[in-house]
Design a protein around this ligand. Sequence first.
Ligand code: C5P
Length: 248
Amino acid sequence: MDGTDCRIPRPRECVADVIVALDYPSADEALTMVERLGPPATFYKVGLELYTRGGPSFVESLATLGKRVFLDLKLHDIPNTVAGAVRSASALGVDLLTVHTAGGPAMLEAAADASGRQMRVLGVTLLTSLTPDELEVVWGREIRSIREEVGRLTDLAVACDLDGVVASALEASWIRNRVEHDFLVVTPGIRREGADPGDQRRVATPADAVSAGADYLVIGRPITRADDPVAALTALLAELSEGGPSEA
Ligand code: C5P
């Protein structure tokens, strides 16, 4: 399987949804952005920084506004504790929740069992910040290829009944080909053609990420730090629905 091809065409109806990443230190700042973006933004990512400050009440405020929530807590603990946290997230009305696949089969199965009917649990395979040298320090063995490890952990997520994984666009088509059944691929690191990648090392345009098989695109600064966030979101959504860059 060729792991480098992220341009495999997908049917038109497979247009991905945008999840706006709310990387803010306070609930007030995040809610200001949610109000500013208004109805076109329907799905938000809440990560560790915001959840540690804003907590469940922030997630509930999003749900009250009719927004869907991707709670990116990357849970990693003993199975009983993770199952409890998964139930709590489900009770809050969260739609997508992350757990570390490195937590192992029992933890992943417990997470999948506890998720309930509405919420979907995604596996984080390897943090993109980790280098092969660091992995060798952590795991105490030779790392021949990051992709091989991502593949192994994706297979584990599938075997333990998780609903999908978080993966860069460069890995999305490869995962899409590797996993035959319905399996979500949620992709960060999105930048429009020619945009500043910032600290992201492996970026893809929205159209390329969709072509690669991403179901959801997680996009933060290109929207939230834009001079006009509403215009930036509108341009991204237009690019997605038209399958190519818009002029906006
Ligand atoms: O601002 P930007 O569009 O780069 O934000 C992307 C979001 O996706 C951030 O919330 C970031 O934490 C998250 N993310 C990522 N790369 C990963 C996993 C998550 O950028 N490998």
